[in-house]
Write a protein that binds this ligand. Structure first.
Ligand SMILES: Cc1ncc(COP(=O)(O)O)c(C=O)c1O
Length: 500
């Protein structure tokens, strides 16, 4: 028979009372666990020897209990293959007590009603249920072309670092991150993004989301005001809400965030969150004049600028735009980047470039949160960067995404010209299709999700009443067939939502 590994056992507590012999306590425990559904049919149980050692008792009572359970058909043994909960016990009779307990809990929860959360907890759960994120179908935002990822090279590098790992890969590491990785990031950012920094200023994070959260924790107090792009990135909004910040929406136009509005309305703002290289979600680039205006304002007012540079590796028409951080002479910019789009999101590696005087505070906040990121993947990615695989991968993906973007805009042009107005298609891995005025983008996205299409409603990116409705469409992870098919399903979704 196929060998099954021994599974986890719920804790067994034996009482030291002499009137109930150990073998009886064990027998009762196993019977209850089997009929209660905590041990499932076919689940392997530990050997009598291991169980006796674990319970610090002699083997005799364990043997006695097992013999009884075998005789009554609760357990079955296979020579040389171990002892199992009998497969012949019908699953449904077993699960009844567990089900009853579950139903009981549900009833109590219903009677009790919602329990009190903190104001921040309530604010965090104010987003609508996002059924469009339940599938990885066409137009899923932030999904790269995973089937084009050089997995062969990657797995060789993983194997290289895992075969005989030095202590440093497996032990606790530096809260700021693995030094060779930080050196490689600093070199890359200096060369490609015009970021001015040393490796000592790089804090490696679990994606840019954690970078945002740590920045919020270090820089903001409850009720501090933060200027946010409107529409803007909901992930940033969530991170700032966790520290109780007050969010001030500032409109974006064709030149990016409206800095004059920040100067007018955000006089006492502690920070500004901005995506200047590629505004999320609308896709424009912040003009040079506004960049200078924003930096000057921050220097005068003492506010921080949190620059989220999440996907600027992918620009199609022009060369990447230099970062705000590189223009900053007052060390006001906290620069955040991620490997989620250029590598893959589940890697969960990102970074913050921290002004020198804030390094200690950022390191302490990271240490308090989750200490540090997996060293193995930092080491693997260091080699991936240093050995040229990263630059090659980006070059290939740029060509591929250029192609996919063209397929998408052509498909929209031929199938949805009257329904979607495309904006923001010059960079990144997504564009926005504006719906006709009055259309309900949440309803369209819900309809599309039922057809396994993932389109984010633009209205979810607004803090105030949305001025336009639309769909954010990612094209990184869908091939040309999926894109065309996806657009015809999207057309049907728009039509159906209009009929309701
Ligand atoms: C504006 C913006 N910032 C950051 C990210 C990436 O987040 P993370 O690095 O946590 O995966 C995304 C992903 O969609 C994004 O749209």
């Amino acid at each position: 028979m196929k060998r099954t590994p021994a599974s986890y056992l719920p804790p067994i507590t034996l009482q030291d009372r002499e009137e109930i012999p150990i073998y009886q306590q064990l027998y009762d425990w196993f019977r209850r666990a089997i009929t209660g559904g905590q041990l499932r049919p076919g689940q392997r149980v530990p050997s009598t020897r291991n169980l006796a050692a674990e319970l610090k008792t002699s083997r005799m009572p364990v043997l006695g209990a097992f013999e009884q359970l075998l005789a009554e058909g609760y357990l079955e043994a296979f020579v040389g293959a171990g002892t199992y909960v009998a497969r012949s016990i019908p699953d449904d009779t077993l699960s009844r007590p567990a089900e009853k307990a579950r139903n009981g809990l549900q009833e109590t929860a219903e009677k009790r009603g919602p329990r009190r959360l903190s104001r921040r907890g309530v604010a965090l759960t104010n987003l609508p249920a996002q059924s469009w994120l339940d599938n990885l179908g066409a137009f899923r935002v932030s999904l790269p072309a995973l089937d084009h990822f050089p997995i062969g090279v990657w797995s060789k590098l993983v194997a290289r670092h895992s075969r005989r790992p030095p202590k440093g890969i497996m032990a606790y590491g530096d809260a700021m991150g693995y030094l060779p990785f930080r050196e490689a990031i600093a070199e890359y950012l200096g060369a490609v993004r015009g970021v001015r920094c040393e490796a000592s200023q790089i804090l490696v994070t679990t994606g840019s989301q954690q970078a945002l959260q740590i920045s919020a924790q270090v820089l903001l107090d409850p009720k501090d005001r933060v200027c946010m792009e409107e529409p803007g990135y909901p992930g940033a909004r969530q991170a700032f809400l966790t520290v109780g910040a007050q969010l001030i929406p500032v409109r974006v136009d064709h030149d990016g965030m409206n800095v004059a509005e920040i100067i007018r309305r955000g006089r006492d703002a502690r920070a500004v969150y901005v995506t200047p290289s590629h505004q999320y979600p609308m896709g424009m680039t912040m003009s040079a004049a506004r960049r200078m205006l924003l930096l000057n304002w921050a220097a005068r007012s003492g506010a921080w600028i949190i620059e989220d540079d999440y996907d600027s590796e992918y620009r199609f028409g022009s060369r990447p735009i230099a970062s705000l951080q590189g223009l900053d002479t007052d060390e006001r910019v906290i620069y955040i980047g991620t490997f989620s789009k250029v590598m893959f999101p589940a890697l969960r590696l990102g970074y913050v470039v921290v002004p020198k005087d804030l390094v200690r505070a950022f390191a302490a906040a990271r240490d308090a949160a989750d200490i540090f990121s997996s060293t193995l993947y930092q080491a693997v990615l260091t080699d991936f960067l240093r050995e040229g695989h990263f630059a090659r991968h980006i070059r290939r993906m740029r060509m591929l995404y250029l192609d996919r973007r063209k397929t998408l805009t052509n498909a929209i042009d031929s199938q949805m010209k009257d329904m979607l107005e495309v904006i923001g298609a010059e960079a990144g891995m997504h564009l926005v299709g504006l719906l006709p005025r009055g259309a309900n983008d949440v309803a369209v996205s819900r309809m599309a999700a039922q057809r396994c299409i993932s389109a984010i409603p633009l209205s979810t990116c607004y803090l105030t009443l949305p001025t336009r409705s639309g769909l954010i469409l990612g094209y990184g992870g869908a091939n040309s067939h999926q894109i065309r098919d996806g657009i015809s399903k999207l057309r049907m979704s728009v039509q159906r939502s209009g009929e309701r």
